[in-house]
Design a protein around this ligand. Structure first.
Ligand code: FAD
Length: 299
């Protein structure tokens, strides 16, 4: 039985270890989406996240929008913003140009990724003939340009192209050794996968923080499809909880908040003190989870 006195999730704010949170957004495509993006940013910024990040569309399709959003977030809210960057379909010179552009715009944080071919993660990745070969190569390239705070990706269920755990850990180690400060994980729904990943990483001599990427389930249908495309699995118990709720938005929302709350409180009780939330540019579940972690706007 778990003693209530020792459950971190039930401690009061002054008893709890200091928590760090970050939020991930995607660059909006239309004016309406941009309005929603800013509404979400303005609701989440008062929680004082360590940083927020903005993704980079496949093949650099969002290059300008990512840069514009990241620069504006910092100017508008004072919150540090990180720009994602991938190596897909671009030469080293082109990618270096983007990095220099980030630096010129005062952006000091980058989430460095390999990216996927346009057909998705299931297809083999062929680097641009003059391009960075993988994320570790990109991290080293960014380091040569400037003193950025670099985050990289980690995969609690193993990256779909890693044949075994040794390859997965070697790759993460290469990215950290090349100059990344932390890893942020792909979404996962079984905390055991994340905790075992941490054990494997520590055993491989990786000491950098590995921050869990938490995906609140705004829409089970949409998240299942994202998960399938990224190689994350949906456990049977999770599918059962949402079964038949496609046309029951209120119940769906209640189940989603219960599932996400369970996930973060369990991790908190395991001693996790840093969380990265994939917001999909929506605030309600992210705000609720922050509260559950004991964080309130402006406090
Ligand atoms: P890498 O670390 O390079 O690894 C990819 C695979 O290649 C691994 O299986 C690795 O083991 C293998 N590998 C690497 N180097 C070698 C080598 N030398 N020899 C043999 N095998 C090797 N995608 C986007 O397009 N835009 C985004 O903004 C974006 N943001 C993301 C944010 C997070 C937090 C996460 C977790 C993922 C994100 N992605 C994004 C998805 C990411 O681009 C894909 O998951 C991609 O398939 C792998 O990227 P990576 O940086 O992990 O690649």
């Amino acid at each position: 039985m778990i003693d209530d006195n020792v459950r971190a999730s039930r401690q009061t704010a002054d008893q709890r270890p200091e928590l760090q949170i970050s939020f991930e957004f995607f660059p909006p495509k239309t004016d309406v989406m941009e309005e929603k993006f800013w509404d979400t940013v303005h609701k989440l910024a008062p929680l004082k996240p360590r940083f927020v990040s903005v993704t980079y569309g496949a093949g650099g399709t969002t290059r300008e929008r990512t840069l514009r959003m990241v620069s504006s977030i910092k100017a508008d809210t004072g919150v540090d913003a990180a720009a994602h960057l991938t190596c897909v379909g671009a030469s080293r010179d082109e990618v270096d140009g983007v990095v220099r552009g980030y630096r010129a715009a005062g952006i000091s944080r980058i989430v460095a990724l390999r990216g996927d071919p346009p057909e998705g993660v299931g297809k083999p990745f062929t680097p641009h003939p003059d391009g960075y070969q993988n994320a570790a190569d990109l991290v080293a390239g960014i380091r040569r340009i400037g003193d950025f705070d670099i985050s990289v990706a980690a995969y609690p269920e193993k990256h779909p192209q890693s044949p075994d755990w040794a390859t997965e850990m070697d790759n993460l180690k290469r990215k950290i050794d090349a100059g990344a400060s932390r890893a942020i994980t792909q979404m996962f729904f079984s905390n055991g996968d994340y905790l075992r990943y941490l054990d494997r990483a520590r055993a491989a001599g990786i000491t950098a923080p590995i921050v869990p990427g938490i995906q609140p389930i705004h829409s089970f249908k949409q998240i299942s499809s994202f998960a399938a495309r990224s190689g994350a699995s949906i456990p049977g118990w999770l599918a059962e909880r949402f079964e038949g709720l496609d046309d029951e938005p209120e119940t769906h929302a209640l189940v989603a908040s219960a599932v996400a709350a369970e996930q973060v409180t369990e991790l908190l009780d395991e001693g996790v003190t840093e969380f990265h939330f994939f917001t999909l540019n929506r605030s309600p579940l992210a705000l609720a989870l922050a509260r559950i972690l004991g964080l309130r706007p402006g406090v």
